[in-house]
Design a protein around this ligand. Structure first.
Ligand code: ATP
Length: 263
């Protein structure tokens, strides 16, 4: 691996054989516009892969197809060996967004507990009742993991943007996701908060074996925190390289003003 930290060395114990997330030949059109044109990527357990590319190159759409927010026209998506069917959400996959989708008036811990709604029959509890004690314990453990256990009872809306993004990550942990997709998770954050969130994503891969795919517009952050970087252009992979092998010229070519117009 291009990056080897103490925690990364723990990856020796994680099975990095078959990809946890595998995307092949993904296509998506909106009307006459082809947004994804045979996109392929894979992410192993314990790996952080960043997706870079100019506006409109298809980064968000590729992740949205994985979680069922967009329905692909063609291609295959497999998570932990299980193929996605008819664009239905896969429970093993969680997604966090630039605009953080927490319920601001609910407590931090309630927002984290909500991560379990998909796997437990708790739909009524979210609106009317308290969450069960064992789920709240699990949610507290998730909040410890992201360093926010002391904020559990506060209203989520009172936290800073960086803290709210870490709560969103804790909610993904409470979902017990094996794959975490992050669509521009740090674009709205100041540099210190962005670094903290990226370190958190890195640690989820290193220490928990989660497969992380993140759309980033910051090549330096991508280089420092990813194992691999994938450059999207015209809905296809322009490069898929170890992060240490992506030089400035490769990045510049990806963002050339005429890059999207050349299609
Ligand atoms: N629901 C939609 N209807 C029509 N066009 C869409 C829809 N969603 C996305 N698109 C178009 O698909 C293209 C790719 O969008 P996408 O959001 O995947 O790009 P992106 O690489 O994530 O860009 P950005 O960096 O700006 O977020 C864009 O041209 C966008 O306008």
């Amino acid at each position: 691996m291009p990056r080897l930290t103490t925690s990364a060395r723990q990856l020796d114990t994680i099975d990095r054989g078959a990809p946890m997330l595998q995307i092949d030949g993904l296509t998506k059109r909106y009307g006459a516009t082809s947004v994804l044109d045979g996109f392929a990527m894979s992410v192993a357990a314990g790996e952080v892969v960043s997706l870079l590319g100019a506006n409109g190159s298809g980064k968000s759409t590729s992740l949205r197809c994985v979680v069922g927010l967009s329905r692909p026209d063609g291609g295959t998506i497999t998570v932990d060996g299980v193929p996605a069917v008819d664009g239905r959400p896969i429970p093993d996959v969680a997604m966090v967004f630039q605009r953080i989708h927490l319920v601001p008036r609910r407590s931090v811990i309630d927002n984290v507990c909500a991560g379990a709604l998909g796997r437990l029959d708790l739909a009524r509890s979210w609106s009317t009742l308290g969450f069960p004690a064992e789920l709240r314990e699990e949610a507290m453990a998730c909040l410890h993991r992201v360093g926010l256990a002391d904020r559990a009872t506060e209203k989520a809306g009172r936290l800073s943007g960086g803290q709210q993004q870490r709560v969103a990550v804790a909610r993904a942990l409470c979902q017990r996701a094996k794959v975490l997709l992050a669509d521009e998770p740090v674009s709205a954050l100041d540099p210190a908060a962005a670094e903290q969130v990226m370190r958190l994503l890195r640690s989820l891969a290193d220490e928990d074996g989660i497969a992380v795919a993140a759309v980033l517009h910051q090549p330096d952050l991508a280089r420092r925190h990813s194992d691999r970087m994938i450059g999207l252009m015209h809905g296809r992979s322009a490069f898929d390289l170890p992060a240490g092998a992506v030089d400035d010229a490769t990045i510049e070519a990806l963002y050339r003003p005429d890059a999207e117009a050349e299609r």
